[in-house]
Write a protein that binds this ligand. Structure first.
Ligand SMILES: Cc1cc2nc3c(=O)[nH]c(=O)nc-3n(C[C@H](O)[C@H](O)[C@H](O)COP(=O)(O)OP(=O)(O)OC[C@H]3O[C@@H](n4cnc5c(N)ncnc54)[C@H](O)[C@@H]3O)c2cc1C
Length: 378
C-alpha cells in the first residue's frame, strides 16, 4: 500500500505540527526535568478538542478515525512524548466504554472525558498479571444490583489523577481469562493511590498503583456481559497499538531530525560529519527505518478504520516495528551527536529514554510477536 495521505490528513498534520512546535516543544525539556504532570498541556489539548478526538460525536467528541489519531499522536510525540501520552491514554481508557458500555454509561461518562474535564485511566495490569492478563486477581463480587471490587492495579498511567476508570476484574476465577469482566468506575473514595512510580522516561506522566477496597459499582456500569472483559481489553489494544506505534514513530522522527541537523553542522576532520560515510550511512538507515515504520502504522490504522477482520496482526506489527525503530533510531541519534547527544542540553537523550517504554506498554514486543506468530500458524 504505497501510502499517500489524503489532503485532509496532510492539513491535519500541518495544523498539529504548528501547534506542537509553537506551544508544546518549548515545554518538553522542562516537563521531563520536573517530572510533574503538565496540566497546562492537558488544558491545551482539551481546548483543541484533542482529548475527545476519538470519542463519537454523540458523546461530545469528534469521532475522528484512527489514522487521524495516529497523525496527531505522531506529531505530538515528535516534540514531546509526554504530551502525546496524554492524548494516547485518554483514547485508550475511553475505548472499552465506547465499544462495550451501555448507552446510559456512555452518556454519563464519555462527555466529561471528551471535554478533558476528567482524565481517564485504563486499569488492566497487576503486580502478578502483566503479560498474562488471565492471571488477574482483582475481584468484582456481585451483590444485588452492584459489584464490589477489591484488589490492586499497578503501573496505571493517570493513576490518582483520573476520575473515570476502565477496570478489568475477575468475576469468575474458575474460568481464567474467560472470567474477566470490565467495569467503568468513576471517582470513588474506595479507590486509593499506592506507589507512584519513579520512571526512566515519560517522566511527566503519573504512573501509579491503584487500590480498590470494597469499591461498590452499580451493575449497569459493567462494560458488556460478564466474562467478556478480556475480549474488550484485546479489542481495545488492537485499536490502540497503532497509536502507540504512531507515538514511537513521532519520537523516532524527532530524533532523526535532530541527528540530521547536527550532522550538517558539526565538523570533524575538516568537514560536516554527515559527509563521512560512516555517519551518512547511519542517517540513511535511520530514515529508511522510520519510513518503513510509518507505512506499517498508517496501514494498521487504515485497516482499523476499514473494519478489517485481521486487525490484530497488523496492529501488533505496527506497534512492534515502530517501537523497535524508535529505540534504535534514538540510540543512533545519540551516537551521531557523540558526547553532546548524551547530555541533557539536547533532546535526543530524553527521546531515547521515552522511546523505551513503547517497547513495553500495551503489551511488550515479545507479546506482539506471540500475537503475530499465533495468527500466522492458526
Ligand atoms: C510507564 C508505563 C505505563 C503503563 N501504563 C499502563 C496503564 O495505563 N494501564 C495498564 O493496565 N498497564 C500499564 N502499564 C503496564 C504494561 O502494560 C506492562 O508493564 C506490560 O504489559 C508488561 O507486563 P509486566 O511489566 O508485568 O512484565 P511481565 O509480564 O512480567 O514480562 C517480563 C518479561 O517477560 C516477557 N514475557 C512475558 N510473557 C512472555 C511470553 N509468553 N513469551 C515471551 N516473553 C514473555 C516480557 O516480554 C518481558 O520481557 C504501563 C507500564 C509502564 C512501564
Amino acid at each position: 500500500m504505497g501510502f499517500i495521505l489524503k489532503p485532509e490528513h496532510e492539513a491535519l498534520r500541518r495544523e498539529i505540527r504548528s501547534l506542537a512546535e509553537e506551544k508544546i516543544a518549548p515545554r518538553a525539556a522542562e516537563i521531563d526535568r520536573s517530572g510533574e504532570y503538565p496540566w497546562d498541556i492537558q488544558r491545551l489539548l482539551a481546548s483543541q478538542g484533542l482529548l475527545g478526538y476519538a470519542i463519537p460525536e454523540e458523546y461530545g467528541g469528534s469521532g475522528a478515525d484512527l489514522l487521524s489519531c495516529c497523525i496527531v499522536g505522531e506529531e505530538l510525540a515528535r516534540v514531546c512524548a509526554n504530551s502525546s501520552l496524554i492524548f494516547v491514554v485518554q483514547k485508550l481508557a475511553a475505548y472499552p466504554i465506547i465499544i462495550a458500555g451501555s448507552e446510559e454509561t456512555k452518556r454519563k461518562y464519555l462527555p466529561e472525558v471528551a471535554s478533558g474535564e476528567k482524565l481517564a485511566a485504563f486499569c488492566l495490569t497487576e503486580r502478578d498479571s502483566g503479560s498474562d492478563a488471565g492471571a488477574t486477581k482483582t475481584m468484582a463480587r456481585r451483590e444485588g444490583d452492584t459489584y464490589v471490587i477489591n484488589g490492586q492495579k499497578c503501573f496505571i498511567t493517570n493513576g490518582g489523577l483520573a476520575k473515570v476508570h476502565s477496570v478489568f476484574c475477575m468475576t469468575d476465577p474458575e474460568k481464567g481469562y474467560r472470567g474477566i469482566s470490565a467495569f467503568c468506575v468513576g471517582d470513588d473514595p474506595a479507590i486509593s493511590v499506592g506507589k507512584i512510580e519513579d520512571k526512566m522516561g515519560m517522566r511527566g506522566a503519573q504512573v501509579a498503583e491503584l487500590i480498590f477496597e470494597n469499591c461498590v459499582v452499580p451493575a449497569e456500569n459493567r462494560l458488556g456481559e460478564e466474562g467478556t472483559g478480556f475480549v474488550t481489553a484485546m479489542k481495545t489494544l488492537d485499536n490502540s497499538r497503532p497509536l502507540v506505534g504512531a507515538q514511537a514513530l513521532g519520537i523516532a522522527q524527532g530524533a532523526l531530525e535532530a541527528a540530521v541537523a547536527w550532522a550538517r553542522e558539526r565538523k570533524a576532520f575538516g568537514k560536516p560529519i554527515g559527509t563521512l560515510q560512516g555517519v551518512g550511512f547511519m542517517l540513511a538507515d535511520m530514515a529508511t527505518e522510520v519510513e518503513a515504520a510509518r507505512l506499517l502504522v498508517y496501514e494498521a490504522a487504515a485497516l482499523a478504520d476499514a473494519g478489517a477482520p485481521n486487525l490484530s496482526i497488523y496492529s501488533a506489527m505496527s506497534k512492534m516495528k515502530a517501537s523497535d525503530v524508535a529505540m534504535s533510531v534514538t540510540t543512533d541519534a545519540v551516537q551521531v551527536m557523540g558526547g553532546y547527544g548524551y547530555m541533557r542540553d539536547h533532546p535526543v537523550e530524553r527521546m531515547m529514554r521515552d522511546a523505551k517504554v513503547t517497547q513495553i506498554y500495551e503489551g511488550t514486543n515479545q507479546v506482539q510477536r506471540l500475537v503475530i506468530s499465533r495468527a500466522l500458524l492458526r
